[in-house]
Design a protein around this ligand. Structure first.
Ligand code: GLP
Length: 258
């Protein structure tokens, strides 16, 4: 796991650089897109690059990580609507190139199987962008998630529903109890996983993700099993790490040998 500690604005441009480099090398790359506040600077940066003509998503495909169950199609709080507003409407994906799990499906289990099938048919995810929840979730894989899990229905833990109540006028009871989420096994299949975490509320989960024991108690620790994971942190989210000096040294000297 590569750990990069810098400021939030720099994280935005560094991750956008990674996306741009991938699309230059592989214009038909498959991206994994997270919702939430963590990737917003990345999406702003990418939108600016597309608008000034320096990059294009026209050949790319994308899959979102998760979705609430029970919100009607087009509900502005659905993750599908959020990703449309935050990124898709501001860049130049081809029509139909961005996919999300269907939280309105009559048969949710079938929708999850179909989502895995669609990811596989696209050739798998080249670059997965992730945030991290205060519970240690990635996507909506809450504590107790199988480290081998695939896309499935999950029940949200109370802390996540409290965290996300800000998107539901502060009303925790309005936050859906269930969701569809890519599994930890699905995320581990991505060719490169990038996690973005900022702010002190994420410090405990970041400590576990980078330095804790691999355990379903902290689902983010599954990323220690990923062959290529890069974690971008600001100082506040990195505050509980033990080995920060080493991580800075690695980044400072990596160009000498890599
Ligand atoms: C949400 C989403 C995750 C997201 C995480 C962190 O509930 N399901 O995909 O990465 O929690 O959200 P934020 O980036 O807003 O802190």
């Amino acid at each position: 796991m590569e750990v990069v500690i810098t400021d939030a604005a720099t994280i935005g441009s560094l991750v956008a650089d990674r996306v741009q480099a991938l699309l230059e090398r592989k214009p038909d790359a498959v991206l994994g897109l997270a919702t939430g506040s963590s990737p917003l600077r990345v999406y702003d940066d990418l939108a600016a690059r597309v608008q000034n003509g320096s990059m294009s998503f026209s050949g790319a495909h994308a899959f979102t990580l998760d979705e609430y169950v029970g919100l009607p199609e087009g509900d502005p709080r659905s993750y599908r609507s959020v990703i449309d507003v935050e990124l898709v409407s501001r860049v130049d994906f081809a029509p139909g190139a961005v996919h999300g799990p269907d939280g309105t499906a009559a048969d949710l289990d079938a929708a999850c199987i179909d989502y895995e099938r669609r990811i596989a048919a696209a050739g798998g995810i080249d670059l997965q962008i992730l945030g991290i929840g205060t519970t240690g979730h990635i996507a909506f894989n809450e504590p107790s998630s199988s480290l081998a899990s695939r896309t499935r229905v999950k029940t949200l833990i109370a802390q996540t529903r409290r965290d996300n109540a800000r998107f539901f006028d502060g009303d925790v009871d309005a936050v859906p109890k269930h969701c569809l989420t890519q599994g930890l096994g699905t995320i581990l299949d991505s060719r490169h996983a990038i996690v973005i975490a900022t702010g002190s509320a994420k410090a405990a989960a970041v400590r576990q993700m980078v330095e804790g024991s691999v355990s379903a108690r902290w689902p983010c620790t599954a990323l220690q099993l990923h062959p290529k994971a890069t974690v971008y942190l600001d100082e506040a989210s990195a505050a509980e790490l033990e080995l920060t000096e080493y991580y800075r040294e690695v980044v400072e000297h990596r160009s000498a040998v890599q």
